[in-house]
Design a protein around this ligand. Structure first.
Ligand SMILES: Cc1cc2nc3c(=O)[nH]c(=O)nc-3n(C[C@H](O)[C@H](O)[C@H](O)COP(=O)(O)OP(=O)(O)OC[C@H]3O[C@@H](n4cnc5c(N)ncnc54)[C@H](O)[C@@H]3O)c2cc1C
Length: 414
């Protein structure tokens, strides 16, 4: 047998798992679609913020190459546009950071290879090929993102409330926007039109601002996800400025229009994704099992910045389970499914809730606007999606939580 674990895909989930297994002397082969250099030269993949729990795993793996104290950010600034502008801030207990994945992934692929990991570059593997290569491994981990072989893992209708994208996305890296103080991710709401996430990103030419427009279908911001940038980049810049002015004035006020512009057309990503939860694992024709991880298992809209963090959490859970066991059968797969369930399903439930916030969630956001300690807690709980669902999962949970908080505050004063 050539090697015991085969990982298909070299995104964050595949890499965190691969590096974990190497650190624990488990033989592993990673099947990637691209050489590191191709990713470096490629188009923007996403604009991912890693939160403290993910950065801790990077530190433990020895791949925290961009010190969060220097490259990271410490808070979320919230801005709600309207007749009465609302601004409020929530601080993290520990910093998060946004490193362009075109720097991050190639560097970790090189770490993987330098540490003796076998990285095989292949064309996109189909289900047949995965079946074939499974005979060479004790376990196949499907870390293919939203790629084709996800179909191996049927959709869980009980956990997948949407059958279409809830937002149209435009993510790009721009010059000419001054950071807020303290350095943070800015979350802007334009009721009826969507959100704008303004992220302090570190990319190929240094620090800049990533603008991720989360446009509600049919709203006025949606065209940013559709207009072709390659045809006329300057016209696209003008359009972005116009949307900022009209919908996100509290970002627009920090724009220097003489400097403002997309770095280049390759620094823009447009599209949309449908949130979905899939079954955890599948039995292959070879009799071996394939486990889904990351986006191959659970896809969430990026509005709450959770997909990659959840992918890393899930990879770690699989790694620990592999090291602790010696047979990777259905019993093993079930154990992994149970161990990660609360975290990854909470990521999905919380994010889906925030995409179409019911009144009790809006009430909670209103409460945060006048209670900084509450907003700090919510912000830090970007590391604890299960706690977010504990508080926001139902109207009763939110109401009881806010009442208990108020009672405690009165008690403290009295
Ligand atoms: C605009 C945007 C912003 C985001 N912001 C955040 C954020 O702030 N925080 C956060 O946590 N998440 C964020 N996300 C989500 C995050 O990017 C994903 O959840 C995460 O990258 C998924 O990692 P993965 O390893 O599962 O898959 P991927 O990163 O998609 O990696 C999959 C890999 O598998 C390879 N592959 C695919 N198919 C095959 C095949 N058939 N055979 C072989 N190889 C294959 C691909 O080439 C790729 O290398 C954002 C996403 C977007 C689009």
């Amino acid at each position: 047998m050539e090697s015991s674990i085969g990982i298909v895909g070299s995104g964050v989930s595949g890499l965190h798992l691969g590096l974990f297994l190497l650190a624990n002397d488990v033989p592993v082969t990673m099947y990637a679609q691209n050489e590191p250099e191709e990713i470096r030269r490629g188009r923007l993949l996403n604009t991912v913020g890693h939160h403290h729990h993910t950065l801790e795993r990077e530190r433990s793996l020895g791949v925290h190459h961009w010190d969060a104290a220097e490259y990271g950010y410490v808070c979320h600034h919230h801005f709600i546009a309207g007749d009465q502008e609302v601004r409020f801030r929530g601080d993290f207990t520990h910093p998060s950071s946004v490193i362009d994945y075109r720097l991050y992934l190639p560097r970790l692929m090189e770490d993987f290879q330098e540490r003796g990991g076998k990285l095989v570059v292949v064309d996109a593997l189909g289900v047949e090929e995965v079946n074939r290569l499974s005979s060479r491994h004790d376990l196949v981990v499907a870390a293919v993102g939203r790629g084709g072989i996800g179909d191996l893992f049927p959709r869980r209708d009980d956990k997948s409330p949407y059958d279409r994208p809830q937002r149209q996305l435009s993510a790009g890296i721009y010059n000419g926007i001054t950071y807020s103080e303290p350095k943070g991710v800015n979350i802007h709401f334009s009721p009826g039109h969507g959100e704008l996430l303004e992220l302090p990103i570190y990319s190929h030419d240094g620090f800049a601002t990533a603008l991720l427009f989360e446009a509600i279908p049919g709203g006025d911001v949606e065209e940013l996800a559709r207009v072709q940038v390659d045809e006329d980049p300057t016209a696209y810049d003008r359009l972005v400025l116009e949307k900022l002015r009209r919908h996100f004035p509290m970002a627009f006020e920090r724009v220097d229009s003489t400097e403002f512009g997309l770095w280049s057309p390759r620094d823009l990503l447009q599209g949309a994704l449908t949130p979905i939860v899939r079954r955890d694992y599948a039995r292959l024709d070879s009799g071996r099992h394939a486990l889904a991880v990351g986006d191959c298992h659970v896809v969430v809209d990026p509005v709450m910045g959770q997909g990659a963090n959840s992918a890393s959490y899930s990879a770690w859970t699989i790694g620990e389970a592999i090291v602790a066991d010696h047979v990777y059968d259905e019993r093993f797969c079930e154990r992994v499914a149970r161990r990660r369930e609360e975290f990854v399903i909470s990521v999905s439930e919380w994010t889906n809730l925030m995409l179409n916030p019911p009144p009790h969630v809006l009430e909670f956001i209103g409460a945060m606007a006048s209670d900084k300690a509450l907003c700090d807690e919510f912000t830090t709980n970007f590391n604890h999606p299960d706690k977010q669902v504990d508080v926001l999962g139902t109207a009763e949970r939110t109401r009881t939580f806010l009442e208990m908080r108020q009672a405690a505050a009165v008690g403290n004063r009295g």
